[in-house]
Every structure is written in structure tokens, then in C-alpha cells.
Design a protein around this ligand. Structure first.
Ligand SMILES: Nc1ncnc2c1ncn2[C@@H]1O[C@H](COP(=O)(O)OP(=O)(O)OP(=O)(O)O)[C@@H](O)[C@H]1O
Length: 691
């Protein structure tokens, strides 16, 4: 099920799953695995067969735990159908024997027939009720299980999968696709079982009642079968298209709503409207095509039904007139005919729901088949007390199989407890390096180790305990402030949560909130300011107490007091830990023990910050360029360096860090010598705060 494949999601087999790595000979055969064939409306026979087999496997695995229930449902529906089918038979014998006997003064047989008919009617009602309850419960249990499987699996799929798959498509799998399956389970189990049984039962009875007429009716099944086959083939691609187009609508909706601020800020409403109109039009067209198909199919089935009734009536009447057939038998025959074609109509509906659900299952099973690109090791090496020593061993990385080499063979050693600031122009590879440390991705070549152990050999639990990445977003989940801090260490006591908040200086503002630590932060922490959100995120990390922190430090949006508070909190959190900081502010760069200047995925300078600033390397030039940019009268910054954002606006350290200003607001935690302190105090604005 979870066999890795070289798909668009970047799922790469690792050394932990060598045994299942596809060989080159099978690479072409794998072009349908996972979500690889998801956007294809037309698939060749080979792929179609495999996709259907995969869907069936999933359905079987979902139904297996309910085997006993499904069996009981089958028994109930068979019994119900028997009871229902007995009705016309009782009427036939009542007409042919019961009524004449009653006319002759013997009401006994007719009363038996009437009583039997009543019993059958009651049994039908009771059995139907029991069947519907049972099948409804099984259907909902199956859906619950599938929803849970998809959600759990999606959470474990790697960042690379979600980056290319998008949340909109995931939502589509969890909503409209599951709804399609719900429709099938709701009406399908009932419709399919009772219709199929009725058709078979009626067919047998018709032949038993009168062989020539029965066989005439059965002959019409041949063209019906051909029509059904045509419908099934056509509906597969139509429903595949319906599922794909509805997913596109949801993707567009999700993207628009997630970026509603940007949409309004850039007046993108018109453009979005035309995109949405196009996508909705495609969805409507696909849906309309499927409805047309159903309309044609049901109309043909009806036509067959009615034509057959006409033939049976004509032939039957002629035979009754010639004494070859009893009137009661003809009446029963015509009643049964109705019972034959009504379920055929229903079978058409079931086939419709089945095609829709099959297309949905194809997509859902594709997601479930995706393997995490960073799988848990089968035999992890325990890391109970990590020291925090990081090493890159000729680590190379590309985001996609054929994409550019973003990090070409990187060698790096970070001793335990060292604070390393990563600087460099945008796109230099800082975040990529940081993400490899947090194991959001595995290196394409080489290895990254923690305390000498390849990250791929460390269990998720150990790795998450040892390494924590804090991103710029400081993502807060819905829930209270305390809940959000406790994410760092689930099960932490209230006292521990408050102590963590106090350690990073968050206790004061949290206590001042209307309900203190129990205050609900609202969606994405919308109730808190960005500085407060960062403090909560730091408290979370402090509580988690990891050995290694990877920090994408961005405080450019903060006002001065908030930035100071965050800076102080950060220093508390970083103390005695190995830290890799994507430094956006010079204050951070200078408190680091070491600066790595990156360009094109390589480390081009490496040393203590004061040394680099004092030298004549890239970092020093960047620094001087920024200083130059602060003096409008003087010549502008030398070209060929990362440009400061504007002459009057200090750039983030990741572009050009000004040493001077940073010294003014750092506490000197690192104890590094400050060769530029004299400069610092006269210097100008803070680099990342307001100019
Ligand atoms: N998910 C991704 N898929 C494909 N390419 C990516 C992805 N993320 C980053 N890249 C590419 O990798 C290179 C390095 O990006 P990275 O985000 O590591 O740079 P960075 O130094 O952190 O930049 P910034 O300071 O702007 O965040 C860039 O060329 C970028 O386009």
C-alpha cells in the first residue's frame, strides 16, 4: 500500500525502505501510483484496471471489519425480498383458486391467501427497517474510518507532498469525495442488494410461471447488458472528470479565502472571478455530461421495460384467449414485470452512484498510497539524551527529482551549544539548510547527523524532542493560550506552563488577558499581536526544551518594545542550546557565536561575526554597503551585492546586516569581543525595526 514511487510529490525511498524501492524496469509501471494519475481524465486500460483494483482493495479493507454485519444485512435483504416477491404469487393463486373456492362457498383458502399476503407485508416492513438501520450504521462506520485514515495519513505525509498537492485538493478528498462514497453507501447497499435480488428472483419466477413468456422477457436482458456496459465505460471517465473539476473549484476557493487580504489589496477580485467562472463552468459541464449519461441510460431501460410489457400483454392475452394460459398467471406475470423493471431503474441509479464513488475512491486511495518522503526508520537508533551536535556530510539537496541542486554537497559541523546565524541573499538556501536539520526533507545525497546519528535513523519522537523549528508564522492553533504553550510538552502542568511563559517574559501579558491563560486565542492566534504570538511560541519551545533550535527569526513587523521583548525571550530560549538562526536582524547576527554567509547553496564565509565584519569578505562588504546607503549624500552601495531594500530603510540581516546599529540593542549574550562597539552607540537606526 505504501510503496514509495518517484511521483510528483517528491516521495523518495530512503535507506530505511530499500527493499521496496522500485527498480528502473518498473518505473514506467508506477506512473499511476499515489496521486500521479489524479489529473488524468482519460487513462489507458492498464492504468484504469490498476486504479480500480486499488479502489476495490481499499473498499474491501474498509468493509472487512464489518463482514458479519454485511452478511446479516444480506440475509435481511434476501428475507425482505422473498416476503415481497411472495405477494404477487399469493394474488395469482388467490385469483385462480381462492376466489373460485370462495364463490363456491368455501372462504377458507381465500382467507389463507389474504392472511399470507398480510404477513408478507408486515415482514417486509420489519425486515426493511432492520436492514436500513444496519446498513446505515455500517455505511457511517466505514466513512468514519476512511475519514480518519485520510486525515491521519495526510498529517504524516511530508511537506513536499503538501506543497505540491495543496490544501484545496485535500479538502476536496475529505468532503466531496467522501460525500460521493456516502451516497453510494447510503443508497447503494440498499439499492444494489434489493434490486439485484429482486431482478434475479423475478427472473426465476417468470420462467417458472410460464417458460415461453419468461424466456422472452429474459431475452431482453442481452441488449440491456450491452447498454449497461456502455454506460459503465462512459461514466468512468465522466465521473473522473467531475471529481477532478470539483477539486479544482475547491482549490481555487481555498486559495482565494486563505489569501483574501492579498486579493483585496491587489484588487484581484475580477481575475479570481473569471478563474472561478471558468472552473465552475468546467465542473458544471462535467456534471451535466454525467447527468445526460444517466438520463440516456435510464430512458433506455424504461423503454425496454415498457416494450416488454406490451409484448407480454399481447402474447399473454392471445394465449389466454386460446386457453394456453390462465388469467391469474398473466396478471401475476404483468405484476412481476413491473417489479423487474422498477429495480432496473434503481440499478441504473446505483450504477450512477457507484461510478461517482469509484472515481472518488480512486483519488482517495491515491492519497493513501502516497508514502511519506521522510519516513520513520524501521529500526531507529535511540537518542535518549541528545547533546545537539550537528553535522552535514556532503549533503546535497534538490526539491524535485529533476529540479536544480539547491544545496550542492554541503559540509558543516556545529558543535553542541553553538549559536549559528545564517545570512545571505534571498534564495541563497538558508531555509533549505534549516529544513534539513528539522528533517522536513531528507538530503538527496550525503547525510545530516545529530550526535553522529543520521537523522533518517532517529525516530520521529526522539527527533521532535531533540530538534524544534520555530517559523516566522509562530502558528497558534485554536484553543487557549495555555493549550498553545502546552503543545511544546503535552501533559505539562499549569505551573510548568506558567513557568515557561515567565521565563520568556510572556507571563505578564498573558495574565492581563481577560481569562489569563485560559483566554481563547481565536483562529491562528488572531486575538494576539504578532509580538505576543512570538512570545507564546517561544514559551512553547522553552517548555519543549529541545537541544537544537532552528529559528526563522523575523521581527521586522514588530514595534520597538515588542521587538525588544522578543529579542530578550529569544536569548533565554537559545541559552545552552545548539541554535541555527536564519537571522533577519543584525542584533541576532552579532549575538551569534558564528555566522555562515550563504550564496547559491554554498557557505561562502564562516566565522565569528566580529571577525567577518572587520575583514573584507562578502559579509563586511554587505555591511559597508548598508552603511553607505544610510548616508544619502554619499555614493551609493557597490553593485554586485545583495541590495539593501531602500537607501533610507535598513535591510534585514539576511540581505545586508549593519553591525553598528545592532550592537546598540544586543545584550552581548555571546560574550564575543565587540570591535565595533564604538561605532555602535553613535549608529543609526535599528536594522529591522521602523527606519
Ligand atoms: N518548496 C520548494 N520547491 C522548489 N524550490 C524551492 C522550494 N523552496 C525553496 N526553493 C528554491 O530553493 C532555493 C533556496 O531557497 P531558500 O528558501 O532555502 O532560500 P532562503 O535563503 O531561505 O531565501 P529567503 O531569505 O528569501 O527565505 C531558491 O532558489 C528557491 O527558489
Amino acid at each position: 500500500m505504501s510503496r514509495p514511487h518517484p511521483g510528483p510529490t517528491g516521495g523518495r525511498p530512503t535507506d530505511t525502505d530499500q527493499s521496496t524501492r522500485p527498480t528502473p524496469a518498473t518505473a514506467h509501471d508506477d506512473d499511476w501510483r499515489g496521486v500521479a494519475a489524479e489529473d488524468r481524465e482519460e487513462v489507458d486500460r492498464r492504468v484504469g484496471v490498476r486504479l480500480q483494483a486499488r479502489s476495490r482493495r481499499l473498499l474491501r479493507s474498509l468493509l472487512r471489519p464489518h463482514a458479519a454485519g454485511v452478511l446479516l444485512a444480506l440475509v435481511l435483504v434476501v428475507a425482505e425480498n422473498v416476503a415481497q416477491l411472495a405477494g404477487p404469487l399469493l394474488i395469482a393463486t388467490a385469483i385462480d383458486t381462492g376466489v373460485p373456492a370462495a364463490i363456491a362457498g368455501r372462504p377458507g383458502p381465500l382467507s389463507w391467501h389474504v392472511g399470507g399476503y398480510l404477513g408478507c407485508a408486515l415482514a417486509t416492513a420489519v425486515l426493511r427497517h432492520a436492514f436500513l438501520r444496519l446498513s446505515g450504521r455500517i455505511g457511517q462506520d466505514v466513512l468514519l474510518e476512511l475519514r480518519k485514515r485520510v486525515f491521519d495519513h495526510a498529517q504524516r505525509l511530508s511537506l513536499s507532498f503538501h506543497e505540491s498537492y495543496t490544501s484545496g485538493r485535500m479538502i476536496s478528498r475529505m468532503t466531496s469525495d467522501l460525500d460521493a462514497l456516502d451516497d453510494l453507501l447510503e443508497m447503494g447497499l440498499d439499492g444494489l442488494m434489493s434490486s439485484a435480488l429482486t431482478v434475479v428472483g423475478v427472473a426465476v419466477l417468470l420462467v417458472w410461471l410460464d417458460q415461453p413468456l419468461g424466456l422472452t422477457v429474459l431475452a431482453t436482458f442481452v441488449p440491456l447488458f450491452l447498454v449497461a456496459r456502455w454506460f459503465r465505460r462512459r461514466s468512468q471517465s465522466t465521473y473522473r472528470r467531475t471529481r477532478t473539476t470539483v477539486a479544482r473549484v475547491i482549490v481555487q476557493l481555498t486559495e482565494t479565502m486563505n489569501g483574501i487580504r492579498a486579493v483585496q489589496a491587489f484588487r484581484r477580485e475580477r481575475r479570481n472571478e473569471s478563474i472561478m467562472d471558468g472552473l465552475s463552468g468546467e465542473y458544471r459541464a462535467a456534471h451535466r455530461d454525467s447527468l445526460r449519461l444517466v438520463a440516456r441510460f435510464t430512458a433506455v431501460v424504461r423503454l425496454f421495460g415498457n416494450l416488454t410489457t406490451v409484448v407480454v400483454l399481447a402474447v399473454g392475452a392471445w394465449r389466454v384467449a386460446h386457453g394456453e394460459l390462465e388469467l391469474g398467471v398473466l396478471a401475476a406475470f404483468l405484476l412481476y414485470l413491473r417489479k423487474l423493471y422498477d429495480p432496473l431503474d434503481e440499478l441504473a441509479m446505483v450504477a450512477n452512484a457507484y461510478s461517482s464513488a469509484a472515481a472518488a475512491l480512486e483519488k482517495i486511495s491515491g492519497v493513501l498510497e502516497e508514502a511519506p518522503a521522510v519516513p520513520e526508520p524501521a529500526r531507529p537508533i535511540p537518542l535518549p539524551a541528545p547533546r545537539g551536535e550537528l553535522r552535514f556530510h556532503a549533503a546535497g539537496f534538490r526539491y524535485t527529482d529533476h529540479g536544480p541542486l539547491v544545496l550542492p554537497r554541503l559540509d558543516l559541523h556545529v558543535p553542541p551549544g553553538q549559536t549559528v546565524a545564517l545570512v545571505g541573499a534571498t534564495g541563497a538556501g538558508k531555509s533549505t539548510l534549516a529544513k534539513l536539520v528539522a528533517r522536513f526533507y531528507d538530503p538527496t545525497e550525503g547525510a545530516v547527523t545529530l550526535d553522529g546519528v543520521d537523522l533518517r535513523r532517529i525516530s520521529d519522537a526522539d527527533l521532535r524532542r531533540a530538534v524544534v523549528m520555530v517559523t516566522q508564522e509562530s502558528f497558534l492553533f485554536e484553543g487557549s493560550v495555555a493549550d498553545n504553550i502546552a503543545l511544546g510538552r503535552p501533559g505539562a502542568t499549569r505551573a510548568e506552563i506558567e513557568a515557561a511563559a515567565a521565563a520568556v517574559g510572556a507571563h505578564e501579558f498573558v495574565s492581563a488577558l481577560p481569562e489569563g491563560y485560559d483566554t481563547h486565542v481565536r483562529k491562528r492566534g488572531g486575538r494576539l499581536s504578532s509580538g505576543q504570538r512570538q512570545l507564546v511560541a517561544f514559551a512553547r519551545v522553552f517548555l519543549a526544551d529541545p537541544r537544537v533550535i532552528v529559528l526563522d527569526e523575523a521581527t521586522s513587523s514588530l514595534d520597538l518594545p515588542s521587538e525588544r521583548a522578543v529579542q530578550a525571550a529569544m536569548e533565554t530560549v537559545l541559552a545552552h542550546r545548539t541554535a541555527l538562526i536564519i537571522a533577519h536582524r543584525l542584533s541576532t547576527v552579532l549575538v551569534a557565536d558564528r555566522v555562515l554567509v550563504m550564496a547559491d547553496g554554498r557557505i561562502v564565509e564562516d566565522g565569528p561575526p566580529v571577525e567577518l565584519v572587520g575583514g573584507d569578505g562578502r559579509f563586511a562588504r554587505l555591511h559597508r554597503a548598508w552603511l553607505d546607503s544610510l548616508a544619502p549624500a554619499e555614493p551609493s552601495a557597490p553593485s554586485g551585492l545583495a541590495e539593501p531594500s531602500a537607501p533610507s530603510e535598513p535591510p534585514p540581516a539576511s540581505s545586508a546586516p549593519p553591525a553598528s546599529s545592532a550592537s546598540a540593542d544586543t545584550s552581548g549574550r555571546s560574550g564575543q569581543p565587540r570591535r565595533d562597539n564604538a561605532n555602535a552607540n553613535q549608529a543609526a537606526p535599528r536594522p529591522a525595526a521602523t527606519p
